[in-house]
Write a protein that binds this ligand. Structure first.
Ligand code: 26V
Length: 820
């Protein structure tokens, strides 16, 4: 190695190669001739981890010296995706590492593909948290992500006989080279039992006597920024039985009791809940939430106390963001820790608490708003419940003072809902306990103020903000679509766009450049070929890369309306069958997404997609003009295969239902055009790219609202549209289900009778917009121009912009660059 380069930190080809061989030998106990692909992956991961740790230690030192405020992002989910590729990019050593691999006869891409991703999230909310960690580090903001180290993440999906089948995600099976266990960092968390008053030197205090104490143990993962030396921390908590608990039982001879307690404790961080199943008040889920919140707050308070000798200025040092209401119990828990453990009185403790938290709302769907029965909450968390009551008492006095005599308002705003049994409303707790509340897209933030939190907006208008979501271009352009990244860098003359996505705007000047068009189309076609090959191996369909790739990838849910997409496919199929000479441009419809295991209708939609695929793909009369493919196991990793290959992005939720969407941004950044409703961030995407480069359709949120209020009659739409009727009838005919006329009846019946997400109302406009898509596709030059303009105008949707907004509007934090 040259100069002062060190094997553990050096970035030269020689250093990387040496480190890789050392790690293979000393950590895996292997030499190249006998090593498996997984051994190679582990050796590469450890090689990167050393370099990350070097930066992390230096970052920690810098943060300590700068008096900077720290952001703590509390989230029950972090859907990180594979680390290796991202770390290679952020360290800037992709090419060097590839060359080092070649010297050893190894293919870096194959090694990268070996990684099993940590699927510690359900979808958009968890992935957003991961994008924000990337941007926080890139913007050099002192930040810690806090969450749960689930032993099993989101289930793996296979498709069997057209149905979704779930498999446990044993992601830790082969070890996790990215995490560092911190044996000294452990905190006790209490559950159950009762409280009692006691006299503490003349002060009346409360003691919580639990019937179970479990221990949270910290596992840290370094998160490196792009092109900077800052590496932040993701700290995930794992639940264990406490030492003392074990010994006690053992000494009394209750060996099995001790083992049972251990199992019970470890259950808490065992598995990620599928969060888009209606909230069923699951006890374990409340325990998970309290568990990670309590550990995280104890961790922050300890740091604050150890560095300043007191916790009085906690809120000046920490800004704690609640990612949805999952961590909202933090409001009560911080009060409890300050009062019971740090012996503060109520008023100063409340001053700290209400200046500490920010709350981000991610959904308006009533069935998704978290509430817990007071009975359950009090049984599991007796002391926090007392504190919730006291917070509520003080808060309702404030409401009464402002709105004299308006008792119905008091009842509406109460943290305790008394209308359907007594329930704790977590969104109210979060709003009362936070200094800022925000939605995740402009339209969504307006709806938060005018609907679910209207009364709170009346009381505290200044508390409400909007921060439109964003996604990281490091993962969703550079990692997912290296060909496009190379082309952009070539055309812009620099890779500065990776840190400042607004620079892509200068592409506008080249939107009509035929040279660029040729390169642009070549990049897209190559990605489509890759995807086609992958689908051939994993989905049994090998689509023609020359066809239009029309993609819908997201969780399967009625409000996202994958069945609207299916109705369009069936309609085209019928048109072609009726008129075989109809000149339709070849299209491949690609779906990806998981259904919550208990969500029958969503699973039936998956079955319908696969059943329609089976019939259409095999029909010789169709002859490949239409193809349908379901990508199994949509994940971050598989998403990275999909986004670059899409020509058309389906963002077709009923207006007013999708808080933001972030897939919409990922597709558009990779040059797909959008067919979409005026929902969530679609509204802002259309504003940025221009209406002429976006296929808009459907009711507005207001119109949808009005129709629903006036009594929506979906069957009338069925009567009025011949094509819609015959599409529904064809599904009911058994054609797609080997003659079984009943299979899809629950779906078609629901559409005709209730249609809660107004699929039938939007059908006609959707289908006619889709025809325009077909026409536009024929003029490839114009299409390419629109595609280029989409990418050029995506600057706003970088998560770097979102994080800057949070820093300025909400957190009031400054960057603290790490010293080299
Ligand atoms: C959805 C649903 C649907 C009905 C059944 C019960 C249920 C429970 C939870 C949820 C998801 C709520 C939180 C969430 O994941 N929101 C998503 O957050 C993304 C990031 O802000 C955003 O882009 C998505 O639009 C939003 O759905």
């Amino acid at each position: 190695l040259s100069g002062h380069e060190h094997t553990r930190t050096g970035l030269s080809q020689a250093a990387l190669k040496q480190a890789f061989i050392d790690n293979l030998f000393y950590l895996q106990g292997r030499f190249p001739e006998v090593a498996t692909p997984h051994d190679f992956y582990m050796a590469a991961a450890y090689t990167l981890r050393d370099r990350l740790l070097d930066r992390w230690v230096k970052t920690a030192r810098s943060y300590k010296h700068s008096q900077a405020r720290t952001v703590c992002y509390l989230s029950a989910e972090f859907l990180l995706g594979p680390h290796l590729v991202n770390n290679l990019i952020n360290l800037g050593i992709m090419d060097t590492a590839r060359a080092a691999g070649e010297e050893l006869g190894l293919d870096l891409d194959a090694i990268v593909q070996e990684e099993e991703e940590p699927g510690l999230g359900n979808g958009g909310l968890g992935r957003l948290a991961a994008c924000y960690l990337d941007s926080l580090a890139t913007l050099e903001i002192p930040a810690i992500g806090y969450g749960i180290r689930y032993e099993f993440g989101i289930f793996d999906q296979t498709i069997e006989n057209g149905w979704q089948v779930e498999h446990t995600d044993a992601w830790l099976r082969n070890g996790n080279p990215w995490e560092i266990y911190r044996p000294k960092l452990r905190f006790p968390v209490k559950f159950g039992g009762h409280t009692q008053q006691y006299d503490d030197d003349g002060h009346l205090r409360i003691r919580w006597i639990p019937d179970l104490v479990i221990e949270g143990r910290a596992y840290d993962t370094p998160i490196l920024g792009y092109g900077v030396n800052n590496a932040n921390l993701l700290r995930l908590w794992s639940a264990h039985a406490t030492q003392s608990f074990n010994f006690q039982s053992f000494n009394t001879g209750d060996y099995y009791g001790a083992v049972r307690a251990k199992v019970e404790a470890e259950t808490i961080s065992k598995i990620l809940y599928p969060n888009d199943e209606p909230e069923a008040g699951k006890e374990l889920r409340l325990k998970q939430q309290y568990f990670f919140v309590s550990c995280s707050l104890q961790d922050m308070l300890r740091l604050q106390f150890n560095t300043t000798g007191s916790v009085e200025k906690f809120h000046e040092k920490y800004s704690v963001q609640l990612n949805d209401t999952h961590p909202a119990v933090a409001v009560a828990e911080l009060m409890r820790l300050l009062i019971d453990d740090y012996k503060m009185t109520w008023d100063p403790a409340w001053e700290i608490t209400r200046h500490t938290f920010g709350y981000t709302n991610h959904t308006l769907l009533p069935e998704a708003l978290e509430t817990w029965s007071v009975e359950l909450f009090g049984r599991i968390l007796p002391r926090p419940l007392e504190i919730v009551y006291e917070i509520n008492r003080c808060f309702l006095d404030e409401v009464r003072m402002r709105f004299l005599g308006d008792e119905s308002r008091v009842a509406r705003m109460s943290i305790i809902d008394e209308t359907q049994g007594r329930r704790v409303r977590m969104a109210h707790l979060a709003t009362v306990g936070s200094f800022a509340v925000n939605g995740v897209a402009a339209m969504h933030s307006e709806l938060v103020k005018s609907t679910i939190l209207k009364d709170f907006h009346d009381l505290w208008p200044e508390k409400f903000h909007n921060v439109t979501n964003g996604v990281t271009p490091r993962r969703f352009i550079v990692a997912a679509n290296p060909r496009l990244a190379t082309l952009l860098t070539e055309r812009l003359g620099s890779d500065a766009w990776v840190r400042d996505l607004s620079l892509l705007r200068s592409l506008e000047a080249h939107a009509d450049d035929t040279g660029l068009h040729a390169d642009w189309q070549a990049v897209k076609t190559a990605a489509k070929e890759d995807l086609s090959n992958w689908l051939g191996k994993h989905a049994g369909v090998t689509p023609d890369p020359a066809s239009l790739f029309d993609v819908q990838a997201k969780r399967i849910h009625e409000y996202k309306r994958q069945h609207l997409n299916v109705l369009h496919i069936v309609t085209l199929y019928q048109r072609l069958k009726a008129n075989p000479h109809l000149d339709l441009p070849p299209r491949t419809f690609i779906f990806g997404g998981k259904a919550a295991p208990g969500y029958f209708m969503a699973k039936l939609i998956i079955k319908l997609i696969n059943s329609v695929a089976e019939v259409i793909n095999r029909d010789p009369q169709i002859n490949g003009t239409l193809r349908v493919a379901f990508m199994p196991d949509f994940s971050v990793k598989n998403g990275q295969r999909l986004y670059p290959a899409a020509d058309l992005s389906e963002q077709i939720s009923l207006a007013g239902k999708e808080a933001s969407g972030t897939g919409n941004m990922k597709f558009s950044m990779n040059g797909a055009l959008t067919i979409g409703t005026l929902d969530g961030a679609n509204v802002e995407i259309r504003e940025e790219v221009g209406d002429e480069n976006f296929f808009l359709f459907g009711l507005t949120a207001e119109q949808a609202q009005r129709h629903q209020a006036q009594g929506y009659r979906p069957w009338e739409f069925r009567h009025e549209s011949e094509e819609l009727r015959s599409a529904l009838d064809l599904i009911d005919s058994g054609l797609f289900s080997h003659g079984d006329k009943e299979l899809f009846r629950p779906l078609t019946n629901s559409l005709i009778q209730y249609d809660p997400f107004m699929v039938l109302a939007d059908y006609e406009h959707y289908v006619s917009r889709q025809s325009e898509v077909g026409h536009a596709w024929r003029d490839r030059e114009h299409w390419n121009r629109m595609s280029i303009l989409n990418v050029a105008r995506m600057g706003k949707f970088s998560s770097d912009r979102s994080i800057r907004d949070y820093c300025e509007q909400i957190w009031k934090v400054q960057p603290a660059p790490a010293d080299v």
